[in-house]
Design a protein around this ligand. Structure first.
Ligand code: XIL
Length: 356
């Protein structure tokens, strides 16, 4: 499909008047973002909160997910903290199974999140002590079993998450902070990627991190060097995830985002925006919501316009279920009504200039 829709096609799709007019919030569309995204060769996704008030029981939440998005990520239920909560010998796959089945029956792709991360681990693991050999075996066993469980049904895996520390040094997370650094040492990342590739040779394998979206920051440089090192050693990796946890007013410009994508594209990688949210400090005002709309539009446009970028995933559907709920960072409000940011993303996907 073409990246561009003609004006005639837009009229046929009935999108010519989809944006807000005169400050009024239009009714939610019956056809979601995913239809527009498909016409632009872009995948648009959301992280799914598995909770009594969300998936799978809240029908408005579930309907919004199915209508708007064609990529689904488990916000928490594919992490160690969920799958391995009860100990080394116990595996809790039922929540992930349900999400994967939902995605399949609704024509959605699944991003798997996450196989190796210093955070999101169960307390038994955090308190444990393993030799290097034992830890390698544990990590390999986990990855083989989890990736194997959904082999062929998970499009892309976040294999390694957030291995680089914040700050100007661009160093790895410390052994105190990361059990994998502590037990295995630097090459735990190689171990994780090789294990994932062995378990599902067709899955796309990603390194995923935050604060790497601005070009030539120390952290971005460190991630770039880390990935270049993996490639030099023949470790399989296909993409880099820009998490995109932004603060209103600090979202990088479109040019900056695209310059960052250029760097990783030059390594032959796919770039995906994997956890987009743009949080504001209270109070939530119309002016801030309008600014959030512009910044959301900018991120989607950068991805649309960069040939290496094929996916934008929001880190949640609505503000009520966001991990940054107080910052109103998403496209829908807590009542699941679309916000100005929703309409801005819609316009970007429709290829129309900004008017908000
Ligand atoms: C967050 C979830 O949204 C929260 O519900 C959970 O309590 C902690 O993790 N980077 C990531 C995500 O890669 O897994 C994190 O998700 C947000 C930051």
């Amino acid at each position: 499909m073409s990246r561009r829709l003609t004006a005639a096609a837009l009229l046929l799709l009935g999108l010519a008047g989809a944006g807000p007019a005169g400050g009024q919030t239009p009714a939610p569309p019956t056809e979601g973002l995913r239809h527009l995204a498909a016409g632009r060769d872009l995948w648009i996704g959301a992280a799914v909160a598995y909770a009594p008030t969300a998936f799978p029981t809240d029908s408005r939440y579930v309907n919004t997910l199915a209508r708007e998005f064609n990529v689904l990520v488990a916000e928490n239920v594919m992490k160690w903290q969920t799958i391995r909560r009860d100990g080394r010998a116990s595996w809790r796959f039922q929540f992930g199974d349900e999400l994967v089945a939902f995605a399949q029956s609704h024509g959605m792709r699944v991003r798997g999140h996450v196989l190796a991360w210093h955070s999101g681990i169960p307390s038994w693991l955090a308190r444990a002590s393993f030799s290097r050999e034992e830890a390698i075996a544990l990590l390999e066993e986990h990855i083989a079993r989890v990736v194997g469980r959904w082999k062929g049904r998970i499009w892309a895996w976040d294999v390694v998450n957030e291995a680089i520390a914040d700050g100007p040094a661009g160093s790895r997370r410390s052994p105190q902070e990361s059990v994998w650094e502590r037990w295995i040492g630097e090459d735990w990342i190689d171990v994780a990627f090789r294990a994932a590739a062995a378990a599902d040779p067709d899955a796309l394998l990603f390194y995923n991190d935050y604060n790497i979206e601005a070009p030539f920051s120390a952290k971005q440089n460190a991630v770039y060097n880390l990935i270049a090192g993996l490639q030099a050693r023949g470790v399989p990796i296909h993409g880099v995830g820009f998490q995109g946890h932004f603060v209103l007013g600090q979202t990088p410009s479109k040019a900056a985002l695209m310059a960052s994508m250029d760097r990783f594209a030059a390594l032959g990688l796919i770039v995906q925006v994997t956890e987009l949210d743009i949080r504001m400090s209270p109070p939530i005002t119309p002016a801030k919501l309008a600014q959030q709309a512009e910044e959301s539009r900018r991120v989607v446009e950068a991805c649309l316009e960069h040939p290496a970028c094929d996916t934008v995933v929001l880190w949640g559907i609505d503000d009520g279920h966001s991990w940054r709920a107080g910052g109103a960072p998403l496209l829908f409000d807590a009542r699941l009504e679309p916000k100005p940011a929703y309409f801005a993303v819609r316009e970007a996907l429709a290829g129309r200039p900004g008017r908000l």
